[in-house]
Structures are given as C-alpha cells and as structure tokens.
Design a protein around this ligand. Sequence first.
Ligand code: G3P
Ligand code: CA
Length: 293
Amino acid sequence: MQIRPAAALTGALIGMSALFLPTATAQATGRTTHHHTVTVAHRGASAYAPENTLAAVDAADDLGIDWVENDVQRTRDGELIVMHDTTLNRTTDVEQIFPDRAPWKISDFTLDEIEKLDAGSWFGPEFQGETVPTLEEYMDRVSDNHQKLLLELKAPELYPGIERQTLRELRREGWLDHRHKRRLIVQSFSADSMRAVHRLRPDVKTGFLGTPAVADLPEYAEFSDQINPSYTTIDADYVSAVRSVDGAHGRPLEVYTWTVNDGPTAVSVAAMGVNGIITNKPDVIRDALDDAS
Ligand code: G3P
Ligand code: CA
C-alpha cells in the first residue's frame, strides 16, 4: 500500500464529513474550511494529470482533495475500466498501437489490449507509461489514499448489466460496507441506470446528471439523492427548488454542479446553495471557497 504524507493526513480526517452534511474540515493543506460546499476532483485532478488515471487520483490527494470523480465503462471481454470517452483515441496512443482498429471503441478491445496503451503521454511527457486503470485498480488507489468516490456509469446503455456488475465489484472490494458507503456516490446521465442501481442496492447514494424540469423532480427523487447539473443551466431558484424535494433517502436532494474551473464562478454557484462543485482544478475552487467564507 502506497501512502504519501498528504494521503496519510487526509486519511486521519476520514469520518469528519457525514454522508449528507459536509462539516467544517481541516484540509491537508493546513487550511480550515468553514463552508459546506464539497470540492470534487473531476476525472481526478485532471487539470494537472491525465484524466481518469491513478496519477490524477494522486494529484488530487496531493492537493488535499478527498473526493474524486471518474467514469466507468466495459471492455470487449467484460472488464470494468475507467475512461471518459467511449473511444480510446483521445486519451491513449491506440492509433499508433492498433492503427487498423478504427473507430477504437472501448467495447471492441480486450483488457489485455487496453493495458498495452499509454494513457499519459498525450497529457505530458512526464506521464509517459501511465495506463488505463481497471475499476479495481482505481478503487484500490482511492482506498489507499483514504479518498472518496463519485463514480459515474458512463454511457451505460452501451453496456447492458453494468449496474449489477459494478455493484458486485464494489461489494467485492468492500465499498458497500457501512463504513465505505459514506464515501461513495454513484451517478449517471441515464435515469434508467440510476433507477437500476437504486433498485439493486437501495442503500447506495445516487445522483442523476442533468437538469430535470422542476415539475419532474419528485419522480427523480424516487431513485436519486442528488441532481447534478451543468453550472451553466442553473440559478438560485432552481437549486432551491431541488433542495426543497426530499430524495430517495428522505433527505433534501443535493446538488453537485459541474464543471467549474475558476474561483469567481465557484463562489457564485456556492452562493446559489449547491452542495458540491465538480472541477478539474480542485485546489483553485477549494481555495476560492475558503477565501469567500
Ligand atoms: O461529474 C460530472 C461530469 O463528469 C459529467 O460530465 O462528460 O465530464 O462525464 P462528463
Ligand atoms: Ca464524468
């Protein structure tokens, strides 16, 4: 198990933030946070390391950020991996390694083939050799760093049964026990997928990615604890409308908004009452929120 100094300190803070009500938290940077807005590192700290890699998880940890977001998909041979795009070519060297395999869909490649790819060089030479993580490898690193995970099921319509498979893997890794559940949220743009997760494991906290009409919120609240919209689609009235509806666990629906990468916008959406901000630059957003509180 690899624990760097920042990870060890962050680990010592586990248990200080509740499942639904983040509390004042001393960050690993030594700063004290008095506001209640959670900062989530989008695809890891993806402004500083290649997205959805273990390096991006560690970059978030090094900044004292305990929540990371990722994207989960499935290979041709049925293995769960972490990647955003449904194709491999933007964030790996697949076009060089497998030139005849366009359009390089994840679902056309086996895990063994994907593990041959370099998922770091496109971002910077210092990340050469970084690989596409399996979900298991990713969870292990998040665990080792004592971090928390906002897990997105990406394009689940392409991968029938991925909800059950992901939950099974999370359970096997110990992430559905009482202690870990406080550190996990599963989200998707697919309402059907989140309905399935809630049906299979009603105890798991879930989020719907999007901006449903206010009139439809009670329907989403039957299977979601969060409504997670783009920050460009919300205002204070919308956030207040969402927060006024009780979610699947009987508490007010939360709002985690994305993808906010500058301090003034973060302060503005925090003032709308959002519970979390998902960002590629978690240090910038955390510091802006701290300074404004
Ligand atoms: O977590 C919110 C965000 O990840 C949703 O958009 O495209 O980056 O997966 P995307
Ligand atoms: Ca995502």
